[in-house]
Design a protein around this ligand. Structure first.
Ligand SMILES: [Zn+2]
Length: 280
C-alpha cells in the first residue's frame, strides 16, 4: 500500500455508488450510437457489440425493476476508504498539473471524479461499468466504478493493487490535461492512429504523475511495477489475445502493451511533459 495519507491535497470526488441510476437513463437506439462514440475515451477496453448489448441490458433491467433507492446505503455514507483513496490520488494529480501549468503561466482546471455503480448520467450521456473508467470532456469529469478492476484482474490478469488503480486515474486525468491543451476529442484524435497518439500520451502523462509521487516518497519499493503491469494488461494486443481474436494492429485504438508500458516509463523517468510526444 502506497503512503496516500501523506498526500495533503484532496480532489473533488462525488460518491454516487448508493444512488439508483434507473430514473436517469434514457433508452432507444441513440444509446448504441452514444456508447460507440464514447468508445475512444475508454481506459483500454474497446466497446464490443456484446458490451453495448450488456450495457443496454443493464439499463433495461434497472428500468424494469424501478429500484428506487433514494438514500445512500450505510457503507457509502461519508468517506469510505475508497472515496478517501480517490480524493488523495486526484488531489496529487491536481498538485502535479497545477505546478506544471503555472510554470507555463497558465491555470490548470481541476477535473471532478464521480464514483458510481452500474450506470450513471454523465455530461457525455450515460456512463456504465462496462465502459471502464473514462473521462468526459463536456463536464470535465472522470467516471469510475471500481468494480471494473475486478474484471481487469480476473479476465486480463492485471495487477490491480492501489498503485495500479491510481495509474488508471492518472491516465484519465491525462485526458483532462489534453482537453485543456486542445488535443483531446479533436478531429485528428478520432482517427485510429490519432486515438493511439492520445492514449499513449495519457499513459505518458500518468508517468509524469508517478515521477512526482516517487520523488515525494509515496510509493513503497517495487510498487511502481503495479502501474507497469496494468499498462501492459490494457495493451490492445494483450486484450485481443485474452479475447481469443486474431491479433490485428489495424484495429488497435490504444497501442500495444509494449507501447503503453514504454509511454508510461517515458513520463516516469523524465518527469517532462515535453517528452510525451511521438510515442508510437
Ligand atoms: Zn484513455
Amino acid at each position: 500500500m502506497a503512503r496516500w495519507d501523506e498526500i495533503v491535497s484532496t480532489g473533488d470526488v462525488e460518491d454516487r455508488r448508493g444512488v439508483s441510476s434507473g430514473l436517469l437513463l434514457g433508452g432507444g437506439g441513440g444509446l448504441v450510437a452514444l456508447l460507440l462514440t464514447l468508445g475512444l475515451n475508454y481506459m483500454g477496453l474497446n466497446v464490443s457489440q456484446s458490451t453495448v448489448e450488456s450495457a443496454i441490458g443493464t439499463v433495461q433491467t434497472m428500468r424494469a425493476g424501478q429500484a428506487k433507492q433514494t438514500t445512500q446505503p450505510e457503507q457509502f455514507r461519508g468517506n469510505d476508504s475508497y472515496e478517501v483513496f480517490t480524493r488523495k490520488v486526484l488531489g496529487s494529480t491536481n498538485d502535479v498539473w497545477s505546478g506544471l501549468f503555472s510554470q507555463n503561466n497558465s491555470t490548470y482546471k481541476k477535473p471532478r471524479l464521480v464514483l458510481f455503480r452500474q450506470a450513471t448520467q454523465s455530461g457525455c450521456g450515460i456512463a456504465t461499468t462496462d465502459m471502464g473508467p473514462h473521462f468526459c470532456p463536456q463536464d470535465q469529469t472522470i467516471y469510475l466504478d471500481e468494480t471494473f478492476f475486478d474484471e481487469l484482474r480476473t479476465r486480463f490478469g492485471a495487477d490491480t493493487g492501489d498503485v495500479a488503480q491510481a495509474y488508471v486515474i492518472a491516465h484519465e486525468v491525462g485526458h483532462n490535461v489534453q482537453s485543456q491543451l486542445g488535443v483531446f476529442n479533436t478531429k485528428a484524435s478520432k482517427t485510429r492512429s490519432g486515438s493511439i497518439d492520445v492514449e499513449l500520451q495519457a499513459d505518458c502523462y500518468a508517468g509524469i504523475w508517478a515521477y512526482s509521487q516517487a520523488k515525494n516518497g509515496i510509493f513503497e519499493n517495487g510498487e511502481i511495477d503495479q502501474a507497469i503491469s496494468a499498462a501492459s494488461a490494457v495493451g490492445d494486443d494483450h486484450i485481443q489475445k485474452v479475447e481469443g481474436v486474431q491479433i490485428n494492429p489495424e484495429t488497435w485504438t490504444h497501442g500495444s502493451s509494449t507501447e503503453r508500458v514504454n509511454a508510461f516509463k517515458k513520463g516516469y523517468t523524465s518527469g517532462q511533459p515535453s517528452q510525451c510526444t511521438n510515442l508510437q
